[in-house]
Write a protein that binds this ligand. Structure first.
Ligand code: FAD
Ligand code: PHB
Length: 389
């Protein structure tokens, strides 16, 4: 087989890149390790920046997003029983869109199928060859049957545990990492959200987040220890703990019900540099991870896709390699700012095991500065709705 761009990974980064390249007539093959149902079964991000909404429009995949997504003009932040609001639209003129990653992925799969563009599921043993030469190729197997695709470029969109990042020699790769000493226990429940906006809660018992997917589907998270397990949490135990971490009036208003999904995710900040090695380009979680507090994971993947799409389009339309040559630099400049914001918001909102009374005072001072200062709110809003690209 031969194509122009092999895309490794059929998550949101790989599918969005494939769809954008399709609009320019650039041929791609997507290789996905799992089945489509498996990918769609993963419950992940819920908040989209305008930049991602625009890319979905550009890809011709935004119809359902506009019909079913919920624009949010602001968010609520609580500590103890205190709660205040940061108004994004007032401060920076832009809302965010609440629309699940699952739905984004579903829309992108539908578009790829409608375009009859190739996607190979259940691939094993993916190996990238000669990425630093002029004639790279990728080998893989499906049900034990080996295959090979020749291409001009490879997009490594295969997430944190994929093969793409590890293909870049260690002598070239520089990795930066911070692992947080806690995780998030998340549940999905078919209940109306407690509030029409998200609530980020700092409480003495640990962080909590009240989020949603739609008027009848809520997503809630509580900070948990890293050695915790979902089996330790009955639905009742989860609801009781959540109620203790949010302001009393919100706890009273909380509608509880059966949890239809429960999972624990560890929190990590991670960046690898550079994001390009020869003809291999890393996109999304393959290159960087943020703790989910700032809702930046999926959105930063989208800005990578934008820069790579621009670079590859320019290469095929004008024969210029300027865009692909500056890809890593441009993507990383934005990635590090999303890392900073996610780290800051995580640090302000969670209980850390080694926190001193001084550290706790700093958190309260940070929260009260945000509550009282227009410029602090503006800076938060600017980052939360997404820095420009
Ligand atoms: P992924 O979504 O990881 O997609 C990569 C794809 O590559 C997968 O489908 C995988 O099966 C495939 N793959 C892997 N290896 C190979 C291989 N060798 N060959 C072929 N295919 C391969 N962000 C938020 O903003 N809010 C959240 O609440 C949130 N929750 C999260 C929970 C978890 C458990 C995780 C892991 C992430 C979460 N994120 C969240 C982050 C966000 O979901 C990611 O940033 C986003 O999924 C990145 O998209 P991606 O396409 O780059 O990577
Ligand atoms: C979610 O709805 O899953 C969600 C929302 C905001 C975040 C993280 C997760 O910061």
């Amino acid at each position: 087989m031969k194509t122009q761009v092999v895309i490794i990974g059929g998550g949101p980064s790989g599918l969005l890149l494939g769809q954008l390249l399709h609009t320019r007539g650039i041929k791609t093959v997507v290789l996905e390790r799992k089945t489509k149902d498996y990918v769609l079964g993963r419950i992940r991000a819920g908040v989209l920046e305008q930049g991602l909404v625009r890319l979905m429009e550009q890809a011709g995949c935004a119809e359902r997003l506009h019909a079913e997504g919920f624009p949010h003009d602001g968010t609520l932040i609580s500590y103890g029983d205190e709660m205040f609001r940061v108004d994004f639209t007032e401060h920076v003129g832009t809302p965010v869109m609440v629309y699940g990653q699952t739905e984004v992925t579903r829309d992108l799969y539908a578009a790829r199928e409608a375009a009859d563009a190739p996607i190979v599921y259940n691939v094993d043993d993916v190996v990238i060859h000669d990425a630093d030469g002029d004639a790279p190729f990728v080998t893989y197997a499906v049900d034990g049957v080996p295959a090979r695709i020749e291409c001009a470029f490879i997009a490594g969109c295969d997430g944190f545990h994929g093969v793409s990042r590890k293909t870049i020699p260690e002598s070239v790769r520089q990795e930066y990492e911070k692992v947080y000493p806690f995780g998030w226990l998340g549940v999905l429940s078919e209940t109306p959200p407690v509030n029409h906006e998200l609530i980020y809660a700092n409480s003495p018992r640990g962080f909590a987040l009240c989020s949603m997917r739609n008027a009848q589907l809520s997503r809630y998270y509580i900070q948990c220890s890293l050695d915790d397990h979902v089996d330790n949490w009955s639905d009742d135990a989860f609801w009781e703990e959540l109620k203790r971490r949010i302001p009393a009036d919100q706890a009273d208003a909380l509608v509880t019900g059966p949890c239809i999904e429960k999972s624990i995710a560890p929190l990590r900040s991670f960046v690898t540099e550079p994001m390009r090695w020869g003809r291999l380009f890393l996109c999304g979680d393959a290159a960087h991870i943020v703790p989910p507090t700032g809702a930046k994971g999926l959105n930063t993947a989208a800005s990578d896709v934008h820069y790579l799409f621009e670079g590859l389009s320019e290469f095929y339309a004008k024969g210029s390699s300027d865009g692909i040559d500056t890809y890593s630099e441009k993507a990383l400049a934005r990635v590090w700012k999303a890392e900073r914001f996610s780290w800051w918001f995580t640090s302000m909102m969670h209980r850390f095991p080694d926190q001193t009374p001084f550290d706790l005072k700093m958190q309260v001072a940070d929260l009260e500065f945000l509550r009282d200062s227009v410029s602090a709110q503006k800076a938060m809003a600017e980052n939360y709705v997404g820095l420009p690209y």
